[in-house]
Design a protein around this ligand. Structure first.
Ligand SMILES: N[C@@H](CCC(=O)N[C@@H](CS)C(=O)NCC(=O)O)C(=O)O
Length: 99
């Protein structure tokens, strides 16, 4: 299963471009949602994240912020862990399946 990464963007947004480049450089696919012409989606995004800028990036269902937050997480190594957790649900190590 691949990680669900969603990047909310607008066209001509430099931070959006940098965020997408970072994710692509790591080999992670993502879904891009352009909210430029969708005021309702943008309002929902602001309500959900508390932030008015784009990009807004979600790893799984977790809003992590914009490009600068993405970069900080990447620099610390936390981003790769977050993506891996989202991508690979931990097996139920305490149980054995009998079929
Ligand atoms: N610190 C933010 C800065 C993002 C930012 O300033 N984005 C610009 C577009 S590139 C923005 O949303 N400006 C306000 C607007 O478009 O309404 C980040 O790293 O993502």
């Amino acid at each position: 299963m691949s990680a669900t990464i969603i990047v909310y963007t607008t066209p001509h947004c430099g931070y959006c471009r940098m965020a997408k480049q970072l994710l692509t450089s790591r080999g992670w696919t993502f879904r891009e949602v352009d909210v430029a012409d969708d005021p309702a989606a943008r309002a929902t995004l602001v309500a959900t994240t508390g932030r008015k800028t784009v990009p807004q990036i979600f790893i799984g269902h977790q809003p992590i912020g914009g490009f600068e937050e993405l970069k900080a997480l990447d620099d610390s190594g936390a981003l790769a862990r977050l993506v891996a957790q989202t991508r690979d649900p931990q097996p139920d190590s305490g149980s054995t399946r009998h079929e």
